[in-house]
Ligand binder design. Sequence first.
Ligand SMILES: O=C(O)CCC(=O)C(=O)O
Length: 330
Amino acid sequence: MAKALAGEWKAWVAENAVAGVPARDLVRVLVTNGVPRSLAHEAVTEIAITSLRDRVRRRDLHLRLRRELEAGRGIERRKKPAAGEFFARYWANAEPVVLTDAARGWKLWSPEDMKRLVGDVPVRVAEGRFRKRFEKTTIGRYVDDVVRAKRPRDLYLVSNSLAMAAPGMERLLARVVVDRTYFDPARIAHGGTALWLGPKGTVTPLHHDTTSVFFVQIYGKKRFTLVSPNDPTVADAANGWYAPVPRRAKRHVVTLERGEGLFIPAGWWHEVKALDASISFSLLAFRRPNSFPWYRPGFGHATNRPTMPKKQGKAIKPAMTSAKIARPRP
Ligand SMILES: O=C(O)CCC(=O)C(=O)O
């Protein structure tokens, strides 16, 4: 009769391995509970691999089903529906949509209008492809030196520039009609909006956000390449917020014209290229919970501490049990 790990402990190893507990912690707990080190090591490796493989298989099947169900679906282009339909159909299904009259009633503006209205407002514009460094200027100078320049530098006023929070920007916000059936006006003033202003040719590489975005094109055109989060190849290749554009995944390409809006559900991968000097404005303060900060597939997995099997008034079963080793079949 050989000794083997008790069933309850096998389940414990599987559960904790899938939850990201490091193997060495699992081995340590088993050894403290009387399992010989070599057996503990072997059992953890074996169970961790099989349980993780099984978990991945189940998730992959789920994603495949979602992908096959959405296979025939393109990105719809239509007039803006009533909020009830928008939330039931596009929000709840995480389905992007282009709304051709998204800016109905807005007083759209140009780079020259921005110089006139908010030219004195200080801003920080992002430098380079991944936009981690910022340069300080004013909106007026930025429009002259970069947006209208014959050979613009790779400087881009992006959402992270936090331009809409600067005093004076209410003059721009006054031109936007906030649809109160879609958005909560109380949250608009507190990080509920973002502004993008840049020369022709800016590219925001493929990435995802942790909120859904209502992205409105104010001036010029932008081309979006979108990939569903149901395609695991992108998340598998992601590094932080960004990922290379996958060759094999289904890509949706959408050009957004002046006055049109694109609903980008949280988690959808998107690459954005400005086809002209461009201004965009986005709204995030939807009348629905819109914050999913835990959705970070491109960041390293967390390691957790082991959860112990619950005692519930009785002693934890011993970690070892007697088990017959099955005879090899002839
Ligand atoms: O317009 C851009 O360059 C990027 C916009 C974007 O990625 C977003 O709003 O999430």
